[in-house]
Design a protein around this ligand. Structure first.
Ligand SMILES: *[C@@H]1O[C@H](CO)[C@@H](O)[C@H](O)[C@H]1NC(C)=O
Ligand SMILES: *[C@@H]1O[C@H](CO)[C@@H](O)[C@H](O)[C@H]1NC(C)=O
Ligand SMILES: *[C@@H]1O[C@H](CO)[C@@H](O)[C@H](O)[C@H]1NC(C)=O
Length: 374
């Protein structure tokens, strides 16, 4: 078995500063003041004026008010870079990206992935690209792209493979009018034991070639690794720091304790420096429901459902700066960690203090009123 699989996901991103997502005019101007039960709609006050950014949020406030967002969706509170991920398996993200496009400087639809395994030919599966959505951004076409490659060692040592990889990436970007790629390459190789220097060299090569074609590269980096920042930073637009999933089913707890987030940033760039603007501190817009049987990640919609049926009080964990609650349901009990306005605000303040940008995983998983904070 070949354990040196090349780039499992090459995500692409779109720089919103340079492109035009059609503004959601119909939504912005629609008023639904009388309708309390409307799920999602714009209103005239933001979450601060509505006094919702609090340490002790009321359960029914979250259930009833989280769908209402400030109508001026182009107002930005956070001044750094904001990258939003969108996944194809969660279509809500497309809708969110259209409503709140003014809040983001970059978007990355997680739509292009090189096939994995031992395939000697791999394909950028552009059929996954949501054409309708793309049309609303820029004209698109649907050509498929094939690159022959196998593993990173081969890529490292084979100039022909390198060039065909680059041309597949640049062709696809050109056809779909993308501005660059997010590479999720670090985890797979460094954690499987490939010499980090080889991975660094390959990333530098890809990023350099993409830059020659006016494309930017963002590197997704796991938390708690700082060693290669200086070697890579001249080549990259940004580092998307995955500061979430701190806890797990084996070790339930907060998803992203705030002191740990700070440490992860400081490990990359220890001293206060403009270099930190290249770091996109990762925020999770999903949560976890830990149950005696294990548990799983949950989206905003599931969170609201559990909140509604258990009707438990939300508690604040001051160490991690996260909210949680204990649900006792007929179907079983669970401890639920899910972000709130208050916990997100702490992280945005931290990012502002450290001088980083942010990245959000992912847009379809949060609650609409979260975006008032950005
Ligand atoms: C939205 O907010 C921005 C920034 O504060 C402001 O420039 C703009 O005029 C506002 N738009 C509307 C429609 O109020
Ligand atoms: C690749 O996978 C196919 C089917 O999954 C298998 O038949 C083949 O032996 C594999 N090749 C290598 C080189 O591992
Ligand atoms: C791609 O576009 C062509 C022409 O626009 C069309 O005939 C074809 O069915 C499309 N293929 C896919 C996979 O959508």
């Amino acid at each position: 078995m070949n354990i040196f699989i090349l780039i499992i996901s090459v995500l692409l991103f779109i720089q919103l500063s340079e492109c035009t997502l059609s503004p959601p005019k119909d939504r912005n101007t629609k008023k639904n003041k009388g309708k309390v039960e409307t799920k999602e709609s714009p209103i005239e006050q933001d979450v601060f004026s509505r006094l919702l950014v609090v340490k002790n949020p009321k359960t029914h406030d979250i259930i009833r008010k989280s769908g209402y967002y400030f109508s001026n969706t182009t107002r930005r509170r956070f001044s750094g870079e904001v990258l939003g991920y969108i996944t194809p398996w969660n279509n809500n993200g497309l809708e969110v990206s259209k409503i709140f496009h003014g809040k983001f400087t970059m978007l990355s639809p997680v739509w292009l992935a090189f096939s994995e395994g031992n395939a000697s030919t791999y394909k950028l599966s552009t059929y996954d690209v949501q054409k309708k959505w793309l049309k609303e951004i820029k004209a698109a076409n649907n050509r498929s792209h094939y690159v022959k490659t196998n593993d990173i060692i081969e890529l490292y040592s084979d100039t022909k493979r390198q060039l065909s990889l680059i041309s597949a990436l640049t062709d696809t970007a050109k056809n779909f009018h993308f501005d660059g790629y997010v590479l999720e390459i670090w985890n797979q190789f460094v954690l499987t034991g490939v010499d980090a220097q080889i991975v660094v060299t390959v990333i530098q090569f890809i990023a350099h070639q993409l830059k020659n074609n006016n494309l930017d590269t963002i590197l997704a980096v796991p938390p708690s690794r700082g060693d290669q920042f200086d070697q890579l930073s001249p080549y990259l637009k940004a580092f998307s720091l995955m500061t979430y999933d701190y806890s797990s089913i084996q070790r339930p707890g907060p998803n992203s304790p705030i002191d740990w987030v700070r440490e992860c940033v400081e490990l990359l760039v220890p001293e206060e420096s403009p270099k930190r603007a290249q770091i996109l501190l990762g925020l999770n817009f999903y949560g976890y429901n830990y149950t005696p049987e294990g548990g799983k990640a949950i989206l905003g919609s599931e969170y609201l459902k559990i909140l509604e049926s258990s009707n438990e009080k939300i508690q604040w964990d001051d160490n991690s700066k996260e909210h949680f609650f204990v649900a006792k349901l007929s179907g079983g009990s669970g401890i639920i960690f899910y972000p709130t306005l208050y916990s997100i605000l702490h992280r945005l303040d931290l990012a502002a203090e450290l001088g980083t940008g942010i990245s959000i995983w992912e847009l379809g998983q949060g609650l609409h009123y979260f975006y008032d904070l950005l």
